[in-house]
Design a protein around this ligand. Sequence first.
Ligand code: DHB
Ligand code: FE
Length: 284
Amino acid sequence: MAKITASVYTSHVPAIGAALDLGKSGEPYWQPVFKGYDFSKQWLAENKPDVIFLVYNDHATAFSLEMIPTFAIGTAAEFTPADEGWGPRPVPKVIGHPELAAHIAQSVIQQDFDLTIVNKMDVDHGLTVPLSLMCGQPQAWPCPVIPFAVNVVQYPVPSGRRCFELGKAIRKAVESFDKPLKVQIWGTGGMSHQLQGPRAGLINKEFDNAFLDQLIADPEGLASKPHIDYVREAGSEGIELVMWLIARGAMSDVACGPAPKVAHRFYHVPASNTAVGHLILENK
Ligand code: DHB
Ligand code: FE
């Protein structure tokens, strides 16, 4: 059967993608950001999954105010990189895993979660920047990726609790797939940032580090954090962090397994307008 081997968490700042694509990653501003991912690139090469289930948010690229799915699973064979601002990134196309994606859709919907099934979708920095941070600049991404888009842009957005429960359902879905695939689940976006209004530029190191501590040690308690706390403490875009609870809910310890191993933890401010946070948790 398939299993979830690890979860990865990382911010998705679009300027990080631009820094890589424009050859600026060695500049003093960017060096400390990329240094935090040296371990991660090595780790991913040594712990190569068969599939990455990548939880991210679309930024009005694939979806718009015309149509806003709360949870959308990409079931296509491939996904084309696209982006706002800097334009489509010059990165490899994303190869999907239609068979596993369809199985997860079937299982998770039968577990009473409403997913939108998306057979054609472009993917923006929310998905491609985490891949770049973890893989560098390869000719092709190391394995198929199932994009899983969460609405954290237009209110009402899903609660941390619902995201955490969804993670549990995704773990059950993966573990009922009849092929011995190693699957990693990535939770992306965050950490604290606010891009508009009088509080634009807000970053909250204390909140972010407490979030990382609790995500590791007490995800069940963290799942109860209300929206208003994210928005007040981590800024309007800090709400992207609820997506990390989907990945965390899919780890074994949540289903009575052993606590995960913290393989890597990194935090840096600022990158563009955002605090960069990153964790790798391995199932034991
Ligand atoms: C920035 C961060 C984001 O999460 C985003 O989607 C766009 C911009 C920023 O830090 O500039
Ligand atoms: Fe974002």
